[in-house]
Design a protein around this ligand. Structure first.
Ligand code: SAM
Length: 666
């Protein structure tokens, strides 16, 4: 059973160490199950469209073969991957975490519209704390956040894997120390400076025009495919001064041996042997001569030289400063409107250098999906994760388009024949999964707060296991997404075993209980003078009264057909979860939701819904937080279609509802 499975995590390597307030090791994490959300399998592709030599034997059975895209906090996603067969399996990790202090690295949900300052916190920080704490708090939280993710990433890496961390001058010094500590200082392989823009005028001193990429390997033996870049025009003009007459440029290279080589001392076509001998044997010399690769001076006292053609050199080995990759600007074809989108050329270079076709590439801050897109194009397998629903939707759309193109190209026989094995995709499909149901998790945090308040308990935030105390008892709140089972009680008993000095009893609070809890508790408590466990069931315990229950979101939608055009009008939308969360935070701020659209993240419309697969005909996802969805849409029904129009509304907590047009007789 994976629900709440404890996943052990190895200690950091250790030196040097960075300290921050609240630094704590991550000895283990809990893994929660993943819920499949969607499966994308591109159009049927002919045999041979997918690379035949990808070794899927180590791929955990519980996952479909193909790309994996996880919606959720990457701490939980990485824990899930570790607990479910991916430990030591990932060949390359690229991450581009958010760097802004106060940025979106803790779960937070903002409502749309002018009242956008209303923020719902998903993590254990209340709205009050969020406002009250300063940058210093943000800094320490950020460091702990990154430390934990890096520890988890390291566990997933294969022995020959590398991790690339993309950052900027704001955080690079901290992150480098974190990497040294987690991976080991001897694991660093390089630091790349990427000049991402040529000119800016927004700095008070020097304009920041570069990002930094740190590159570490798990062990001393790691995947590396040398990279080359074309020689600059100046170099070519200076070195390749000769021309064959047919446009092929070459330079003349010395053929004498730098070291004494007595067996290479011979006269060649009237040219005396150099003092230390030739560089090549007579047989090689003859082959070069026959191929016209040797240039002979008329003067026999001078030495023949080798012709080195420009079009035969790979360029010069790539250096650590990259100035030839341009940012995704407003005109770029690949631009998806994602503010921190990185160019595909950058990922192309990293993925080619540090992995091979068929390898598994992981990016747990996937954003607009650049890493997955390039990995898919280069025939790698990939795993992506993001906490942001918009990022998941953008990545889904982007990968679906690439896979459709790849499948279509393979269908055209000509192309299938031409495409070499190396460029064939590793897969033509991917799954979208949700880890530790985001909504339920949010509700759990909310529930913990409400339960604590409801019971009159004291909250303890320094204890990683118990949420607080109720009188003289320790308080443990069971996840509200399931009734309390003996497994939950065993977890409490296990925790108590780890604390031999603990004298207190425990009160376990849950929404519902399995019948098996009673005998378990009776048995457990019978032999225990201290550390007794009792169970309070909130819904039924009259002492604590009524407790909130989850009610799904609902919407009032009108479909007005006029010929082939259907006007879709959303009159109202209500998310009880959001309303409840807001009232739970009352006292800090008393926000009013005057417009239902503040609660809505996006609206999608399918003009002819087949009842199974939602095909997006119209998408309304305002880019800026202060903008609202429109709420009224005119959609054209495809000619001859008798299928209904359907609307999918996603709220700011990521919860979705689907409203389907009722058609008489359809
Ligand atoms: C700088 S962006 C990545 C951009 C990406 N490289 C691209 O090319 O589009 C960082 C991403 O990390 C995501 N993120 C932040 N905190 C996260 C968390 N705890 N778990 C998963 N994703 C997170 C954000 O939602 C955001 O999409």
């Amino acid at each position: 059973m994976t629900d709440g499975t404890r996943v052990p995590i190895a200690k950091a390597k250790g030196r040097p160490m960075l300290q921050w307030v609240g630094k704590r090791p991550l000895r283990e994490v809990r893994s929660f199950p993943a819920q499949p959300v969607e499966r994308f399998g591109g159009p049927a592709a002919p045999e041979g469209a997918v690379a035949a030599d990808v070794d899927w034997s180590g791929w955990p059975d519980r996952f479909d073969r193909g790309g994996l895209l996880f919606h959720g906090d990457n701490k939980e996603v990485l824990a899930h991957l570790l607990a479910n067969g991916f430990r030591g399996k990932v060949d390359l990790v690229y991450i581009d975490p958010p760097f802004d202090s106060g940025a979106d690295y803790v779960r937070k949900v903002q409502l749309r519209g002018a009242s956008g300052s209303v923020r719902l916190d998903g993590e254990s920080h209340t709205l009050g704390e969020q406002i009250q704490y300063t940058d210093i708090w943000a800094n320490d939280t950020y460091l702990q956040f990154m430390y934990e993710r890096l520890l988890l990433i390291k566990e997933l890496m294969a022995p020959t894997a590398t991790v690339w961390l993309h950052c900027d001058w704001n955080r690079s010094h901290y992150l480098r120390l974190l990497l040294d500590e987690v991976m080991g200082a001897d694991a660093k392989r390089n630091e790349v400076v990427w000049q991402r823009t040529s000119a800016r005028s927004d700095a008070s001193t020097l304009s920041q025009i570069h990002d930094t990429l740190f590159f570490y390997s798990k062990t001393g033996v790691f995947e590396w495919n040398p990279l080359f870049e074309a020689h600059g025009a100046e170099y070519v003009a200076e070195k390749y001064t000769h021309d064959d007459g047919d446009g092929r440029r070459y330079q003349l290279v010395d053929m004498t041996s730098p070291n004494p080589r007595p067996n290479m001392m011979y006269e060649w076509l009237g040219h005396a042997s150099p003092a230390k001998g030739w560089r090549y044997s007579i047989a090689t010399m003859q082959r070069l001569h026959d191929a016209g690769r040797i240039w002979y001076p008329k003067d026999k006292t001078k030495r023949p030289r080798l012709k080195h053609y420009l079009d035969e050199v790979e360029g010069r080995p790539l250096q650590s400063v990259w100035t030839d990759i341009f940012p995704v600007n407003s005109q770029a074809d690949e631009r998806l409107g994602f503010p921190t989108q990185k160019p595909e050329a950058l990922l192309d270079r990293i993925i080619r250098a540090s992995s091979n076709p068929g390898d598994i590439v992981l990016d747990c801050f996937i954003g607009s999906g650049t890493t997955a897109a390039v990995a898919q194009t280069l025939g790698r397998r990939w795993i992506g994760a993001d906490i942001n629903k918009g990022a998941i939707q953008t990545t889904e759309k982007r990968l679906a388009a690439i896979i459709e193109d790849q499948a279509r190209a393979a269908s055209s026989e000509q192309l299938a024949m031409e495409s070499s094995e190396a460029t064939r995709p590793a897969q033509l499909g991917f799954s979208v999964l949700r880890v530790n149901d985001y909504d339920l998790q949010i509700q759990h945090n909310e529930a913990v707060n409400l339960a604590v308040e409801h019971l009159g308990a004291d909250r303890t935030k320094t204890d990683a296991f118990f949420q607080g105390t109720l009188g003289r008892e320790l308080l443990y709140i069971v996840g509200f997404n399931h009734p309390c089972s003996p497994l939950d009680l065993q977890a409490v008993a296990h925790e108590l075993e780890q604390r031999p000095d603990e004298q207190r009893d425990v009160v376990v609070v849950a929404l519902g209980r399995e019948l098996a809890c009673e005998p378990w508790l009776a048995d457990y408590n019978r032999v225990r003078p201290i550390n007794k466990i009792r169970l309070v069931e909130l819904r039924t315990d009259p002492k604590y009264g009524k407790f909130f229950e989850h009610r799904p979101a609902s919407a009032r939608v009108r479909f007005e057909a006029d010929g082939d055009v259907v006007r879709v009008v959303i009159d109202d939308f209500i998310s009880p979860s959001i309303v409840e969360r807001l009232s739970a935070q009352e006292g800090v701020l008393t926000p009013q939701i005057t417009d239902w659209r503040a609660m809505v993240d996006s609206v999608f419309i399918d003009a002819a819904y087949d009842g199974e697969v939602f095909t997006v005909a119209e998408a309304d996802i305002p880019e800026r937080r202060q903008d609202l969805v429109s709420g009224t849409y005119d959609v054209a029904r495809p000619a001859g279609s008798d299928r209904p129009v359907a609307v999918r509304i996603t709220d700011m907590l990521g919860e979705e509802i689907l409203v389907v047009e009722e058609r008489g007789g359809a």
